[in-house]
Design a protein around this ligand. Structure first.
Ligand SMILES: NC(=O)c1ccc[n+]([C@@H]2O[C@H](COP(=O)([O-])OP(=O)(O)OC[C@H]3O[C@@H](n4cnc5c(N)ncnc54)[C@H](OP(=O)(O)O)[C@@H]3O)[C@@H](O)[C@H]2O)c1
Length: 261
């Protein structure tokens, strides 16, 4: 299948680790020039850049902070200054809140409203800011692909982390509206909703991973590369006319709650 990505410019936000880093590498393997955003870990982003360049590809690291939305436009401007365009946006950067994924033991009423505001601002309005910044260029060239990274938590829910799941479910509405608005300009926009995914950023004890995997349709958890391949398909010329959709991967823990080990 032809992805038509050779020399296209792709911005993958939050690509210093995890799913974003795997996605950046996967785009580079298809011949795309890849901009990688980071927030706190420039050295990890530079490592991804070095890996891509070492394999003969082109990559460029730029800082983007979802908690300082002016940096979104600055990052996009830096990529455009470097390569002249952005053809594909993968809005993958995430504000987890705290030190990592949300804590399911936290009681709903104990989450301060400030945390709701910060989460929705970063993960939902932050995604809208990324789209706003890249859209005029895509429109002017009559071609673009946008992939928003949500989470199975958006639909399935989990105890406790209301703000995170809510911010991720907002991406569905964003994609559906944008698909109608930008489709006539050759821009396709879709959501990928990964389930629990094994990444290089956070080790998960095997017993926990096995328990979650047992409740999935495939009885295995996705790894970053599984999600990356899906994103590259949706965000490439191989995707001819699929837009406004949410694609769930096989790692969703609660997709098949009746399934046992
Ligand atoms: N892993 C999973 O099980 C899972 C499941 C469902 C959905 N997802 C979604 O998949 C995406 C990637 O997840 P992941 O597990 O691969 O994440 P990760 O490894 O923790 O990486 C997060 C990325 O986002 C950046 N980042 C963190 N805070 C940021 C902020 N405030 N502003 C801008 N960038 C920020 C980090 O940059 P620095 O490290 O440089 O600070 C890093 O590049 C996220 O959108 C997440 O919601 C993940």
């Amino acid at each position: 299948m032809e992805t038509e990505l050779k020399d296209r410019v792709v911005l993958v936000t939050g690509a210093s680790t995890g799913i974003g880093a795997a996605t950046a590498r996967a785009y580079a393997q298809e011949g795309a020039r890849v901009a990688i955003s980071y927030r706190n870990n420039p050295e990890k982003a530079e490592k991804v850049v070095s890996e891509i360049e070492g394999a003969g590809g082109q990559a460029f690291a730029v800082r983007l902070d979802l908690e300082a939305l002016e940096t979104v436009e600055e990052a996009v401007a830096a990529v455009v200054a470097h390569w002249g365009r952005i053809d594909v946006l993968v809005a993958n950067a995430v504000r987890w809140g705290g030190d990592g994924p949300p804590d399911p033991s936290v009681r709903f009423e104990h989450v301060p409203l400030e945390e709701w505001q910060a989460m929705v601002s970063a993960n939902l309005i932050g995604a809208a800011a990324q789209v706003r910044a890249v859209l005029p260029g895509m429109r002017s060239r009559g071609w673009g692909r946008i992939v928003l990274i949500s989470s199975s938590v958006a639909e399935e829910g989990v105890p406790g982390p209301g703000p995170y799941g809510t911010s991720k479910s907002g991406l569905y509405g964003l994609a559906r509206s944008l698909a109608w608005e930008a489709g006539r300009d050759g821009i396709l926009v879709n959501v990928v909703a990964p389930g629990f995914t094994l990444t290089d950023s956070r080790p998960v004890p095997k017993a926990i991973a096995d328990r979650i995997a047992a409740g999935t349709p495939t009885r295995r958890l996705s790894v970053s590369d599984d999600v990356a391949k899906l994103v590259v398909f949706l965000g490439s010329g191989a995707n001819g006319n699929l837009t406004g959709e949410v694609v769930r991967d096989g790692s969703s823990a609660a997709r098949a709650p009746h399934v046992g080990p």
